[in-house]
Design a protein around this ligand. Sequence first.
Ligand SMILES: [Fe+2]
Ligand SMILES: [Fe+2]
Length: 290
Amino acid sequence: MTTDTTDTLQDDLFEPVSAWWLSGTPLEPEHHRLMRRRLTPIVWADTTAAELSPAERSRLAETWTRRSAAEYLAVSTFAVLAIDLVAAGAPADVLSLCMRAGIDEVRHAELCLRMIEIYSGKRLQPPPGMSSLPDDPERPKLHQALANTLLVSCVSETYATTVLTATRDLTKDPVAHAVLTSIYSDEVMHARLGWSYLRYALERGGQGAIDAAAAMVPVALRGVANVVERERPIGVVTDKVRDHGLMTPAEERVIYSACVREVLVPGFEALGIPCGNANQDYGDAWAHAA
Ligand SMILES: [Fe+2]
Ligand SMILES: [Fe+2]
């Protein structure tokens, strides 16, 4: 390794801003290599956070705190999904991408913690916890794997890509824009993983697989809707707050409704999965209920 390369790598290291970040063991260099896998350089010093009022900074810090918790939980989501996929005998490329998705989520949590520090000065840890996925030992492993993949990857991650795209489009702060871009580029692959495995499983699983997928569709759609409908942190979404990557709950409803209508339902139906009343359930009335 040349000196230049070493310098570049050193420059690329994120400054740890949380006790959660590093174990203080020999794992640290290997962890940095994993985290740098598809590094989008982020020039943290370019942040325009100093131009915000205390209330605006607090609103953004609280939002990134929630995002950090969600990204941290997503680490466990992909770990549990990997167990389902292994149990179902999923192909190696599906398994490796699922495991890599978990690593991506570790990095996303790190990015969120960094953003919390930028807006609040606080060096937080994500709250411990883990997500659980539906688990029925009686059902065929293929059915459980495809249903949970549909839930996690096809619905949640596909929605994440649509809302991240829209959020990124309104973001003017260069650091927030770079962070959202970095996360977005991973979430696209997390969604692609799900749609690819779903097609693979349906081609092998016959009517039983289609039924298992169809039963999960309303559950998965409701799961994301619950997140979209959730109360938000206190504080007005001012124009400046928008510039830092935040939209209103009303805007998010419209985006989710469009995602259901234009992406999720057409995608599932193209694979032969009936979607029931999804388009009505999340149609105009739901989109404008906030
Ligand atoms: Fe993520
Ligand atoms: Fe993800």
